[in-house]
Design a protein around this ligand. Structure first.
Ligand code: HEC
Length: 134
């Protein structure tokens, strides 16, 4: 009985560790995609190119999807779990500012577009300064 329990525990542990690794890979690739998107957004703003600005903002939003879908504690290190709420808030704020950016863009309100852009990049830095592994 004890042996069976140990085997079951080992299987459960290894699958949950595996899920964690998959989660982290997905997180890293979404992050790289968001970096590409935000760099393109900045360039598009300088070139006053609203078509590229819209396309790259849409891309940024799609990169947020996996972060919005998972509990932040799944990708945070053990000693950072208490910061899950902080992380989830940053992700929600990015989504909110990105949605607002699209609305401001459609209305031709470039000042608001630029301010939303800055707010988005502040959320990225804020999370990285507090949570990113060295
Ligand atoms: C919720 C917190 C959080 C937010 C918000 C966030 N990041 Fe990250 N970012 C992380 C974590 C955690 C890692 C992962 C791994 C590490 O360095 O340990 C990471 C890694 C990255 C990486 C490196 C990926 C790789 O190749 O390993 C890039 C690039 C990046 N983020 C860009 C961004 C950009 C751009 C934004 C804003 C649009 C952003 N991040 C917002 C937490 C966040």
């Amino acid at each position: 009985m004890k042996k069976i329990l140990t085997v079951i525990m080992a299987i459960m542990l290894s699958t949950s560790l595996f899920a964690g690794a998959k989660e982290e890979k997905r997180l890293a690739s979404d992050m790289r995609m968001m970096l590409d998107a935000i760099v393109d957004m900045q360039k598009a703003a300088y070139y006053n190119d609203s078509r590229v600005l819209k396309a790259s903002t849409d891309r940024l939003i799609s990169g947020l999807d996996s972060m919005l879908a998972v509990n932040a504690s799944t990708y945070l290190k053990k000693n950072q779990k208490h910061a899950a709420k902080f992380a989830e808030k940053r992700v929600k704020m990015i989504k909110m500012y990105a949605d607002d950016l699209l609305i401001s863009l459609a209305a031709g309100n470039i000042d608001d577009v630029i301010s939303d852009y800055h707010q988005i990049s502040r959320q990225c830095y804020s999370c990285h300064t507090r949570l990113r592994r060295k």
